[in-house]
Design a protein around this ligand. Sequence first.
Ligand code: PLP
Length: 453
Amino acid sequence: VSTETITAEQIAAGARAHELDRAHVFHSWQAQGPFDPMAIVKTEGSWVWDGAGNKLLDFSSQLVNTNIGHQHPKVVAAIQEQAAQICTIAPQYVNDARSEAARLIAELTPGDLNRIFFTNGGADANEHAIRMARLHTGKNKVLAAYRSYHGGTHLAVNVTGDPRRVASDNATDGVVHFFPAYPYRSYFHSTTEAEETERALRHLEDTIILEGPSSIGALVLESIPGSAGIYVPPAGYMEGVRELTTKYGIVFIADEVMAGFGRAGKWFSVNHWNVTPDLLTFAKGVNSGYVPLGGVAISDAIFETFRDRVYPGGLTYSGHPLASAAAVATINAMKEEGMVENAARIGEDIIGPALAEIKAKHPSVGDVRGTGCFWAVELVANCETREPLAPYGGSSPAMAAVTGALKKAGMLPFVNFNRIHVVPPLNISDEDLRAGLAMLDEALSVADAFVEA
Ligand code: PLP
């Protein structure tokens, strides 16, 4: 653990901030009492410095959003320049940063997703996408997958298929969940990926028929589920979902909030299968979260519904100039510096092979999977039964021990239930990436000690 380039003043400021935090800040997804958050006093590229001055490799990209790393100078400058011109303007007025961000995003999204509605983040992007789908189809019900996350607001958390929904659920709000294709823990007793695709699609079609196609307005699906486990859909699955939604007149909403903007080695994960959804939601990587921003990319057909009919929705900060300027600068920097290509290369040449070696070496590693800079390592107590090293929705002494070992080694990891996600910035250097993978390799020996003999 290195403490280079941190001053005594920064450490003192971190300590003061920590004290004020404990006195006054109410945190997301926590029991407030026992929570002892880490102060971060400096960030740069793939690195952050904690309140004690320790330099940590950010293998989490925070909440998988800093796709371009921390403090990218081109984006910092663009935000400063925009702030000097127009900090804020209401959404009903034209703003050059917003217009250019919309043009760039529409150009990158597949097919005829030519119009952009901007939101403050991912949850409200999904809320608005569903509202658009319901109004477009005149149908209320929404299908969504178990093992998914779509956001923390009322409808978005009801669409979510993970314990965060169970904790907040007080009305299903017209949402019906189905089982996704997840080869490692197949719900369909599949033994091959082809079987998984075929059976998962049959289950989805049965769900549609049994729920009544005439009542289902939307199907929401993460193109590659993120915090639920980065389980990449098997070949043919996404194409099949597109076919079924078209066949039954259901709006297909691809949630690319985490999987989009280069994270999976392509601008959008749906590009892996040449699938064009009717609506595509994004946030996080659109501007690496430097200023909050999300949105919905809208197909021509859905846009036509609202050509002469009022869209009953909006936000004070829709297309906020600072957020939009950050998006323009982020997308341009990603293009200029070949970051999406880099994500694809390091996924294929470095992360994939290293994780395959790690899996072969460590009995605690049940599965490794992913693409680009979007990988999961799934830990098990027993490789044969695949019993998770922490229960679904919880943690365990084993996971706490391996997380502690990673932090001690100098990493800020992304850990969820029985999984460690390898989700560094897309522009991480090969050297830093290899160093992080070596930290992971070493820390997993701690997990191995918990594996049943
Ligand atoms: N959808 C997905 C796939 C996400 O991963 C997230 C956040 O992690 C969201 C939606 C919600 O985004 P936000 O937290 O910006 O509201």
